[in-house]
Design a protein around this ligand. Structure first.
Ligand SMILES: C[S@@+](CC[C@H](N)C(=O)[O-])C[C@H]1O[C@@H](n2cnc3c(N)ncnc32)[C@H](O)[C@@H]1O
Length: 273
């Protein structure tokens, strides 16, 4: 695919293909920020028997289990893969910039260790509290109602990364019971996992993030006019947020259907800009 045909408008480039291979072709220190929402390894090959006998009172039915081939990841191979894409992020993001990495308990330990091995200093570990989390269908575990997000930087001891401290402190997030305007933002973010109709219009992605979650990351760490790298684009949430923040964005997505949905979503946002 030619470089031009990967462009969506003038500010977003979405490449269909493997992120690691794609990133290897990009020059050092060419981005101000990266947001990685990688495969978590949360999917299972196990066959779930969720028939009429398996009910949770009050929770209806028709469940879709997490079973996506791109999300099967584990063991040494999963660790090596994590190191490989994190290595590229380290090479590509300037010391004045930073990285955000989504995780759940399936991969958060791996991502944390990989950051430490690579010398990526973790600035904060954020807990994204999902107060409307999906119930646990097996009734054999607690309801998983948070994800972890690491905020890290590439600049070592000099700590030159951008932090929009004053504006973040002053900001009100009406849905977040833990944030008071004028008080410092904590590392627990109370952001419901709801997506608007516009966010889902071009097809629901099974692990699509709410736009406002990404927008908060950008408010904290991104200057308009900067360059955003999104290695695992999915439905395009991070690319849309970057575009709305006035950034130039480069993304990768390996699945043609998701890439197409993301492309349509970005085109629709561009029409309204
Ligand atoms: C967790 S999802 C990202 C969801 C995204 N944050 C959103 O809001 O829609 C991860 C995505 O990475 C894609 N993916 C998996 N392995 C990849 C690879 N090696 N290169 C590029 N994309 C990949 C999957 O197809 C999936 O859409």
């Amino acid at each position: 695919m030619s470089d031009e045909s990967q462009m969506i408008g003038e500010r977003v480039r979405l490449e269909l293909g493997d992120a690691i291979a794609g990133m290897r072709a990009l020059p050092n220190s060419s981005f101000d920020l990266a947001i990685a929402d990688p495969p978590y390894g949360a999917s299972t090959r196990g066959r779930w028997r969720l028939d009429r006998e398996h009910t949770l009172p009050g929770f209806g039915g028709g469940w879709q289990m997490a079973a996506h081939s791109w999300d099967r990841l584990g063991g040494v191979a999963g660790f090596e893969l994590t190191l490989a894409w994190l290595c590229e992020l380290k090479r590509l993001v300037k010391p004045t910039g930073s990285l955000w990495i989504h995780a759940t308990y399936h991969n958060s330990g791996i991502v944390n260790v990989a950051c430490q091995i690579l010398g990526l200093e973790i600035i904060n570990e954020v807990v994204w509290f999902k107060r409307n989390a999906f119930p646990n269908l097996s009734a054999r575990r607690l309801t998983a109602s948070h994800e972890t997000i690491l905020w890290a930087h590439t600049g070592g001891d000099r700590r030159e990364y951008y932090f929009n401290y004053a504006e973040v402190k002053a900001r009100e997030f009406p849905e977040d019971a833990l944030k008071t305007p004028g008080k410092q933002l904590r590392t627990v973010w109370d952001i419901p996992n709801n997506k608007t109709r516009a966010e889902r219009k071009f097809g629901g992605h099974p692990t699509q993030k709410p736009l406002r979650l990404t927008q908060r990351m950008l408010l904290i760490s991104a200057r308009p006019g900067g360059r955003l790298l999104v290695p695992f684009a999915g439905s395009g949430t991070e690319l849309v947020a970057g575009l709305l923040h006035g950034m130039d964005c480069v993304g990768f997505e390996i699945d043609p259907d998701y890439a197409q949905a993301a492309r349509q979503r970005i085109q629709s946002v561009l029409k309204d800009l």
